[in-house]
Structures are given as C-alpha cells and as structure tokens.
Design a protein around this ligand. Structure first.
Ligand code: CTP
Length: 401
C-alpha cells in the first residue's frame, strides 16, 4: 500500500485499453486485489488483443466486462459505475483519451465513463509523438479541466525502441493517486461547500465593462478538490473561458450584484464558503443603454461601490466557516489580517500579486493562510491544484481546532 492503511476494502473499476502497457494493468489489478479491494475490470476490444480477459478474471475472481451487450437486463455500464467508488483507466490510449474528451460513447468502457459520477483517474501510455501531439495535449487538458486526475506517463524506454515520455506511470504512482482520491473522498462527505470564483464585469455601456485579470483558476481548483473530498459543491462563477469540473453545481454570473444574489441563495447552511472571486470593488454609477460614441462620451466615468459579499456574510455569521482571499502587493500579511478582522472571517489566504509570475492566471502561485490572532499556515509555492489541496488541508486543520 502506498501510504497509510485504508480501513476498508474499496470497490475499484479498472478500464483497460489496447496498448502494450495493458499487461501492466494485470500487475496493478493483482496488487489491488491482494490488499483487499474488490476490482471490476472493463476491457476495450483492442485491449483483448494484448491481454486475455481470462487473465483479469483469474486475478479478480470476477467476470470481466467486455461488451455493452453482455447483460442488457442490468444495463452493464450503469450498474458497474454505480457499484464502484473510483474509475481508473490503465493504460489510457490516445484514441480513448480523445473519445473521452469528445464525450463519445461507442463501447462499454466509454459508455461507463460517461455514466460515471465517481472520480476518474487516467494513466496514459503511448508513443512519445502521439503523447506530444497537440490533439492529445488538448484532449488531456480537457479531461483534467473536467476533474479527471491524470497520472503523467514516465520517461524511459518505449516499446518502439526509442527513449522518451509515454511509458505508463509506475504502479506505485498510480496506486498512490487512487488512494489519494479514496482517502480524500471521505473528509468532506455530507458537507455543502460554496466557492466563488472568477472576475465580475460591470458594464459601462452594451460593449464596454470594468473588470480585472482573474481567470477563475484558483476557485475552480478549490471546487474540484472539495468535490474529490466528497463535498457537495456550489460554484458561483464570474465570466471565464474555463470549464468547471463535472459534478459541481455552477451558477454563472456577470456582475457583483448578481454574484451577491447567487451567493446569498446558496450560502445558507453551507459548511464552508471560500471566496476566491475578484469582485469588482466599483461599478459605473450609470450604465449607458446605447454604445457611447467617442465624440459624445464623457472623459470621466462616475463610479459607485459594489456590495461587499464577504463582509455581508461575515455580519450574518451563521455557522458557515468563511474563507477569504487577499491579493496584495505590499505588507501582505498585515493587510490580509486587517481584512480577516474587518470581514469577521475564519481564515484568509494571502497571495502576492506583485510578481508577474504569480497570482492571476493558470500559472503557479504562492499562498499563506492566516487565521485567529496569529495563526499562520504557509502553503508555499506551487501549481494551483496543489495549493487547492493544501488549502483544504489547512481549512480542515483550523476547523478541527
Ligand atoms: N470580496 C467580496 N465582495 C466584494 C469584494 C471582495 O466578497 N465586493 C471578497 C473577495 O472574494 C475576497 C475578499 O473579499 O475573498 C477580498 O477582500 P477585499 O478587501 O475586497 O480585497 P481587495 O479587493 O483586494 O481590497 P483592497 O482593494 O482594499 O485591497
């Protein structure tokens, strides 16, 4: 086992695709069975050219699923994913990754993935050129954006006799990811979490608006992580190009006022609310109904304050653990502590937006969580997905007291 004992046997669904690495899936399944997990295996047609279903049947002691038409009376793909806690595709070929990215369901495995509402772990294995092809890169990115956990392939000797990236990740690495998901699956179970994310837009006229550089990445990662820890997640999302994870309830809004209303509708009864949204602090006092022409436009736009959503929630304070974000360029922690107190928050995550390579956008970031009078948990510098994990660990630690 990768780290720490998991208390119960898990129900794991393993999807095997047709690639040389299919034989390694047999090792993985054997390890899972030996430690007590109940493993169901789904194989694509080409996978069966590399490894016989009999191998997996013997390893698992269970029937191996190979066709949509085997047991029509139980609707195989639906009952398989209902019974499982996690779906791991090992190995995932370029073709199956492309089908999943496009939502195509033309065999048992792809139908099962579409029907699944359980976490998806995808371990690609293929030739280096195929893995690096822009189509595959884009498809992997789309799966990741929708919440799939990708176990990156390793570099090394490939079956074609070359060295490069594309080898199926080590069994330990895949099992570590499966365990991380299974372990996290319990922590926030039964709890409702609200996340705000993205910018807001405040209209000047029908074609112009005031906004900011937020992309919503951090909030989307926080929502994704809460989901993978078993929470029911409401995401109130300002305008962004990003696709929120499947399984999160999304309310799309444009203005600060719309965000305020959407948040108030879902905040009641939430266990935790994490406000990552970069809400515009000001909006034009007047929105012109028609596009303003340059020869008739005013030289100044009169502004008024938008509602402070988090401050309003802090005033109501009805049991929800409130987490704010502070984007600062100077005296980071001092300014963030002022916000923590002024808005009566339970914790605040500070980031330094004075560095070009940190803060807004999809790149890495550096966060520190502040709470109470002098509580401080540095999360360090890293990708936003890792920081989202660190943030939830920190929130859990503070809530436990
Ligand atoms: N926030 C909010 N509603 C607003 C403004 C901010 O809910 N109208 C939330 C943000 O989502 C974030 C935190 O409050 O969690 C940020 O606090 P804020 O004091 O607004 O930070 P800045 O906008 O950075 O403030 P300042 O410009 O004064 O530094």
């Amino acid at each position: 086992m990768s780290d720490g004992a998991l208390p119960h046997a898990h129900r794991i669904l393993v999807g095997v695709c047709g690639g040389i690495a299919a034989y390694k899936a047999a090792g993985l399944v054997s390890t899972l069975v030996q430690r007590g997990d109940v493993v169901d295996v789904v194989m694509t047609e080409s996978a069966q050219r590399f490894v016989a279903p009999l191998t997996f049947a013997a390893l698992t002691g269970r029937r191996v699923h190979t066709s949509l038409w085997d047991d029509p009376e139980t609707i195989g793909h639906i009952s398989l994913v209902r019974a499982a806690q996690i779906f791991a595709i090992v190995p995932a070929t370029a073709n199956v990754i492309a089908k999943l990215a496009g939502g195509i369901a033309d065999d048992l495995l792809t139908n099962a993935v579409l029907a699944a509402r359980i976490p998806l772990v995808v371990a690609p294995a293929m030739n280096m050129a195929m893995y690096e092809h822009p189509a595959t890169v884009e498809n992997v990115r789309r799966l990741r954006e929708r919440g799939a956990l990708i176990v990156e392939p390793a570099s090394g000797y490939l079956a074609e006799g070359e060295y490069g990236v594309g080898r199926l990740a080590d069994e330990d690495a895949i099992i570590a990811q499966i365990d991380a998901v299974l372990r996290h699956g319990r922590e926030l179970r039964g709890q409702r979490i609200v996340v705000t994310a993205g910018p807001t837009r405040e209209a000047v006229d029908p074609v112009r608006f005031l906004s900011n550089a937020s992309t919503g990445t951090m909030g989307i990662e926080i929502a994704r992580e809460a989901l993978s820890r078993g929470a029911e997640v409401d995401l109130v999302l300002g305008p962004t190009q990003l696709e929120p994870p499947h399984g999160v309830r999304v309310r799309r809004v444009t203005t600060a006022e719309q965000m305020r209303r959407a948040v108030m509708e879902v905040a009641d009864g939430a266990a935790v609310l994490v406000a990552t949204a970069a809400v515009a602090d000001f909006r034009p006092a007047v929105t012109f109904a028609q596009k303003v022409k340059k020869n008739e436009g005013a030289e100044a736009i009169a502004l008024e304050r938008t509602p402070d959503i988090l401050e309003e929630l802090g005033r109501q304070k009805n049991g929800t653990f409130l987490v704010g974000f502070a984007a600062e360029t100077e005296r980071l922690e001092e300014n963030a502590r002022l916000k923590l107190r002024a808005k009566r928050l339970d914790a605040i995550a500070v980031n330094d937006v004075s560095h070009e390579e940190r803060g807004f956008g999809v790149g890495p970031n550096e966060l520190t969580v502040l709470y109470g009078d002098d509580g401080r948990i540095p999360l360090g510098f890293g990708g936003k997905r890792e920081l989202a994990r660190g943030l939830w660990d920190a929130i859990e630690q503070i809530r436990r007291g």
